[in-house]
Design a protein around this ligand. Structure first.
Ligand code: DC
Length: 223
């Protein structure tokens, strides 16, 4: 019986949390949850229903009423919101632009954190986000914080989105990422930061497999 049951992975946008978490979870036979998808799902519904993004109470009610079902597979996640498949819309530019606002609302966070804890209750899970090690699963067996330079993250995201890492598109992606990092780390409610007991992994120049191997070593050392 492995001693490690709950693994938290945090880090800024495009630091590799999702790909690393997904591969690690499949190696361990654990579930994987990318919590960013939940914030994106609430943001999408707010946009679709024209909920004012300045109205914290309305956003909180919306988060509480929205049913989110996420199925993760090695090829990616499928997200159903109120029984509709919204997987293809969660990275739309409108969602990308508004998600830092909805995720700064304390009420929205409280609703989603409660759902995330329910999902982790059975154990054997890798959960990725911004506040997993600090808030959601503060008792996680292993906490990892992935770092990468803004330039490296922009290159990865640019390649993922448009298949190109030319200077102009990477520059634009980097500006968006830096704006989102700033909002996510300066918000009052659960700002992005490493937990005091997190293992910080600097991933510049490392492959996904190398990062996963580093975390697997931490798991082996605890098991
Ligand atoms: O990981 P991502 O880029 O899909 O996350 C989208 C947004 O959701 C991100 O800007 C911050 C927010 N988020 C959060 O506040 N807390 C989490 N646990 C996960 C994501």
């Amino acid at each position: 019986m492995p001693k490690v049951s709950i693994i938290a992975i945090d880090g800024p946008a495009a630091s590799g949390k999702t790909v690393v978490g997904r591969l690690l979870s499949s190696q361990l036979g654990f579930q994987f949850l990318d919590t960013g998808l939940m914030y994106r799902a609430v943001t999408l519904v707010a946009i679709q229903q024209s909920t004012p993004l300045s109205n914290d109470a309305a956003l909180t009610t919306l988060a509480a009423k929205t049913q989110i079902a996420i199925t993760d597979t090695p090829d990616g996640a499928r997200v159903l919101v109120n029984n509709h498949d919204v997987t293809g819309s969660l990275r739309d530019p409108e969602v990308e632009a508004a998600v830092s606002r909805t995720s700064a609302v304390a009420g929205v966070r409280a609703v989603l954190v409660a759902k995330q804890r329910e999902m982790a209750a059975a154990g054997s899970i890798v959960m990725a986000g911004r506040d997993i090690g600090t808030v959601v699963l503060a008792d996680a067996d292993i906490k990892v914080y992935l770092e990468a330079s803004a330039e490296e993250r922009a290159k990865r995201r640019g390649l993922e989105k448009s298949g190109t890492d030319d200077k102009e598109s990477v520059g634009a992606v980097q500006k968006d990422l830096e704006a989102r990092d700033k909002q996510d780390s300066q918000r009052a409610s659960s700002p992005l930061r490493p937990a005091d007991d997190a293992h910080i992994i600097q991933t510049d120049g490392l492959s996904i497999e190398q990062v996963v191997a580093k975390i697997a070593q931490l798991v082996a050392a605890r098991s």
